[in-house]
Design a protein around this ligand. Structure first.
Ligand SMILES: Nc1ncnc2c1ncn2[C@@H]1O[C@H](COP(=O)(O)OP(=O)(O)OP(=O)(O)O)[C@@H](O)[C@H]1O
Ligand SMILES: [Mg+2]
Length: 144
């Protein structure tokens, strides 16, 4: 890929858990194409699964849309993955996501924390009633 060039791939996925594997395979295929190592690819597969599960379980819980979307933007330096749904949205702020209390682990509430731990940059955009978008970036090499 030439410097300053970017390519975009868009995916629309039915909001059913059985298709999360498609997102995992897609991110692995795209990331290996541009030279990410296995470790970073595994990180991205876990992160995208968490984001997809959130789109399905929270985002699309009551919405009529039968699908959610993923955009992949790749450059020679990074891969940006945006997972967005048109569901109920949420008031979740990244700053509010804290380290889990390991002495009192409750079920749930770990997904966004895991995404933040595995990806280099994470942003959330959400508006009540209009859905949520989580943007996750992984850089190639060491560089940020
Ligand atoms: N796509 C979304 N639409 C609406 N709300 C969301 C969405 N994604 C996350 N949320 C809200 O943010 C909270 C935190 O999400 P997170 O993935 O960290 O935990 P969880 O989904 O509740 O549990 P876990 O991922 O561990 O099963 C959710 O409980 C939900 O209220
Ligand atoms: Mg979750």
């Amino acid at each position: 890929m030439k410097a300053n060039q970017s390519d975009e791939i868009r995916l629309s996925i039915p909001n059913k858990p059985e298709y999360v594997g498609v997102a995992r395979l897609t991110v692995a295929a795209i990331a290996s194409r541009i030279g990410f190592d296995i470790e970073k690819i595994e990180d991205m597969k876990i992160a995208i699964s968490e984001a997809c599960n959130n789109a399905i379980t929270h985002g699309c819980r009551y919405c009529d849309e039968g699908e959610y979307n993923i955009n992949f933007v790749l450059t020679e330096k990074k891969l940006t993955i945006s997972v967005y749904d048109k569901g109920e949205g949420c008031k979740c702020e990244l700053e509010d996501i804290r380290k889990p209390n390991y002495n009192n682990l409750k079920e749930g509430g770990l997904g966004i924390f895991i995404i933040k731990s595995l990806m280099d940059d994470v942003e959330i955009e959400s508006e009540k009633g209009k859905g949520m978008m989580i943007r996750m970036i992984k850089y190639l090499g060491d560089g940020i």
